[in-house]
Design a binder for this molecule. Structure first.
Ligand code: HPA
Length: 239
């Protein structure tokens, strides 16, 4: 067993994998939130761990940054490791003036300037959407915690440093925030017949230019992680 990018043994991943972008975040999540976490992949430093959360097996593995990177790792998890659910836990830049720093946003869909979906050869434009069961489970979990999460469209961009300077135009269509991975993740889940959801903390605002200082990201990050982990537990109960 193994792929060009993943050295984990068959069966090494749990049915639900949480995917932060940053490998050090994956390590931190495994060490902080999981019990008995074991390193199962470290190819290119893309750390993957499997452990348990309140008795439910859960894995966490980095996606790297951007569409091509999450495209590779999520494809392999869905197709070669029998993973059913991928929950991306990331950060996003606010496009909607209604969003505040630290808000935990759920991506119902993802617009993109990436050509990723071209590979599927469809006679039109594919609309990448979250799995409804994962989304409604995560929203219910958040509400149980007293959080009413903004739910809507994200914009998955291929460029971080956008020379055209027109990112806020997406706000005219109600798009909430910008990140760089969700459209590819949702395409891969659809193609594999599996489930995916992105949950993002708003780390900066393209509207006001504000930014969360790294040290201050912890509170909202913890809330996002609790929502994602409890969602993994609920999904295990649903079978
Ligand atoms: N752009 C793209 N991705 C991001 C941003 C951003 O401003 N903030 C967090 N992820």
């Amino acid at each position: 067993m193994g792929t060009p990018h993943n050295e984990a043994a068959a069966g090494a991943f749990a049915k639900t994998v949480l995917m932060p972008g940053d490998p050090l975040r994956a390590k931190f999540i495994a060490e902080t939130f999981l019990e008995d976490a074991k390193l199962v992949n470290n190819v290119r430093g893309i750390q993957g761990y499997t452990g348990t959360y309140h008795g439910t097996p859960v894995s966490v593995m980095a996606s790297g940054m951007g569409v091509p990177s999450i495209g590779i790792y999520s494809h392999e998890l869905f197709h070669f490791y029998d993973v059913d659910n991928i929950i991306r836990v990331g950060t996003a830049g606010g496009i909607s003036p209604k969003l505040k720093l630290r808000d935990v946003v759920m991506a119902q869909g993802a617009c993109t300037n990436s050509n990723y979906a071209h590979q599927f050869g469809l006679p039109g434009t594919f609309a990448p959407i979250a799995d409804f069961t994962l989304l409604e489970t995560a929203v219910a979990v958040a509400r149980r915690m007293g959080v009413e999460p903004p739910v809507g469209n994200l914009f998955s961009s291929d460029v971080f440093y956008n020379k055209a300077g027109n990112t806020l135009d997406w706000g005219k269509m109600g798009v909430l925030a910008i990140e760089m991975e969700t459209a590819a993740l949702y395409c891969n889940a659809a193609e594999a017949g599996k489930r995916a959801l992105t949950i993002c903390t708003i780390s900066d605002s393209l509207v006001t230019g504000e930014e969360l200082p790294p040290a201050e990201r912890q509170t909202s990050f913890t809330q996002m992680m609790s929502i994602a982990l409890e969602t993994a537990v609920e999904m295990a109960k649903k079978g």
